[in-house]
Design a protein around this ligand. Structure first.
Ligand SMILES: Cc1cc2nc3c(=O)[nH]c(=O)nc-3n(C[C@H](O)[C@H](O)[C@H](O)COP(=O)(O)O)c2cc1C
Length: 207
């Protein structure tokens, strides 16, 4: 049995290309083994804590090994709970649109909450930065209106794929597969979705 955390970042639901493809991944994962389970984290229906002054102070206290105030402890407890939920899965699936060459703010907010010293990464002067979410796989299903995989000039504008792959690598993921759906704002949308679904089903079948 294994568990999949599915983090969903498009608000467009039944009109979303990234969700449509991600759902074929989820279905294959569930069909593969009757006792597999999926937790769906819909970021548009999840209230995340503001990443505010108390939380940032708590983060720096943790980093510097100092004693936090009661307010900072309370703020850090909320962050720890969400991060523990994140770390509990065996496999991860992220679906996201490209927004302004990057990711929607809801997904960035979630990353800001879970990317924490002592929880998902660590630092020591001797060994540098080390990711703490290890031995797990992540699949990214990324929809974009334009086509960014066609050459170096447009690829340099793609901060969606590069950012997500980098930050997941930073917190410890080594096994990251990315399924692109592009270009969704053209007549090629349906065939792009069909090709991406095949890739997603294949990847889910390999888990
Ligand atoms: C606010 C917003 C910003 C967008 N910015 C970009 C962009 O920078 N580059 C691009 O190629 N497409 C952009 N698009 C188009 C989406 O990436 C495209 O429609 C994609 O299919 C959305 O994914 P979804 O269908 O899963 O929601 C944008 C769409 C929205 C709503």
């Amino acid at each position: 049995m294994s568990t999949l955390l599915y983090v969903e970042a498009s608000p467009r639901k039944d009109r979303s290309a990234s969700i449509e493809v991600a759902q074929s991944f989820v279905s294959t994962f569930l069909e593969k083994d009757a006792i597999n389970t999926v937790e769906n984290l819909d970021l548009w229906n999840t209230l995340l804590p503001p990443f505010d002054g108390d939380t940032i102070n708590a983060k720096y206290r943790v980093m510097h090994g100092e004693d936090p105030t009661p307010e900072e402890i309370a703020a850090w407890d909320v962050i720890t709970k969400i991060t523990d939920q994140f770390k509990a899965a065996d496999h991860y699936l992220f679906s996201s649109p490209m927004w302004n060459f990057s990711i929607p703010y809801k997904l960035k907010h979630y990353i800001d909450v879970i990317s924490q010293p002592g929880l998902t990464w660590s630092f020591s002067p001797e060994t540098g930065y080390e990711g703490l979410v290890t031995g797990k796989s992540a699949t990214l299903v990324l929809a974009r209106g334009g086509e960014y995989s066609s050459g170096p000039v447009v690829a340099a504008m793609d901060f969606q794929r590069t950012y997500l792959e980098m930050i997941l690598g930073f917190i410890g993921f080594k096994d990251i597969n990315t399924v692109l759906i592009e270009p969704t704002l053209t007549d090629a949308k349906d065939s792009a979705i069909a090709i991406a679904k095949e890739e997603a089903v294949k990847l889910a079948g390999q888990l």
